[in-house]
Design a protein around this ligand. Structure first.
Ligand code: AMP
Length: 284
């Protein structure tokens, strides 16, 4: 595995790989690698001859009161994990290399970026979309794998790539979970042991909603209220939002209609840690 920090060097390597007819897959991360990231790598490995991983904690997608400075950066450990996962190139630039003096362009993904995570985290999707487009330009992949864990992010990326005519296939990977159902996340390390126990409530709420849908209920708004009550029963859990949306538009969904796809989405604060999770289904 080759480690590259210079964007133009990475670009040159990608260009060379393309001339050699290599099919390039990329997995973009902020590091602090866990099973979720590794499941994306596995998928990329199945589809692509060359796999590039990027590690970049992107300042422009963090709000002023968010955790940019304390975000975990266990670089040596990440290098070892990336190597054993079979990554060919690890691209890990410094902030100054990505945003040199004079840098001024940002991407505005439009209305899709203004609901849910976009409300709680103003500017987040603009910063995220900008760095994703930059990383696509640098790594020149045919395929980019993103996790369904960040479902709204995936929807925004699909929108941006389609709108800007970027020639890359976007693949969504299923959510990797711990044994009690908590979605694996680099932020889980912020949880105290009591908070970690309470954090399993997100998945319990998802399971409850799943059971209700399997029983044939269509009253999504009511099911979401019941699921929210399950979350609130934990003393340190405070939902930011918890609702069903149309899976393609992320617009609100009150009642399930046959043949349509929906997603239960939630952001929940457990103490001072904000966790997100979701579950999608097609109503038959
Ligand atoms: P991050 O490092 O948190 O920015 O995540 C990098 C990529 O990994 C994104 O595409 C995430 O959606 C994905 N990811 C993070 N956690 C999980 C998970 N538990 N399951 C699947 N994908 C994940």
């Amino acid at each position: 595995m080759q480690i590259i920090t210079d964007p133009s060097e990475m670009q040159k390597i990608a260009e060379k790989l393309r001339l050699q007819h290599q099919y390039i897959g990329v997995v973009m991360t902020m590091g602090a690698l866990h099973e979720g990231h590794l499941s994306l790598v596995k998928l990329a490995r199945q589809k692509a001859g060359t796999v590039i991983m990027t590690i970049f904690v992107n300042p422009s997608q963090f709000g002023p009161n968010e955790d940019f400075h304390r975000y975990p950066r266990p670089f040596e450990q990440d290098v070892a994990l990336a190597r054993s996962a079979g990554i060919d190139y690890l691209f890990a630039p410094a902030v100054e290399a990505m945003y040199p003096e004079g840098y001024s362009t940002t991407i505005d993904p439009g209305p899709i970026a203004t609901s849910f995570e976009g409300v709680s985290r103003p500017g987040h999707f603009s910063g995220m979309a900008t760095v994703v487009v930059k990383l696509l330009g640098i790594t020149r992949p045919h395929l980019a794998v993103f996790g369904e864990k960040d479902a709204q992010q995936l929807t925004v990326i699909r929108r941006v790539v389609a709108d800007l005519n970027i020639a890359v296939t976007i693949l969504g990977a299923p959510i990797a979970r711990e044994s009690d159902g908590l979605a694996t996340s680099s932020r889980n390390i912020y949880l105290s042991s009591d908070e970690r126990r309470q954090a399993a409530v997100l998945y319990r709420a998802i399971r409850y909603a799943q059971e209700q849908i399997e029983q044939g209920r269509t009253d999504l708004e009511v099911i979401a209220k019941e699921a929210e009550a399950i979350v609130r029963a934990e003393p340190d859990a405070e939902p930011d939002y918890l609702c069903f949306v149309d899976d393609t538009t992320f617009g609100p969904a009150a009642k399930a209609l046959p043949g349509k796809a929906y997603r239960l989405i939630m952001a929940v604060r457990i103490g001072s840690t904000r966790l997100i999770d979701n579950w999608s289904f097609e109503y038959r």
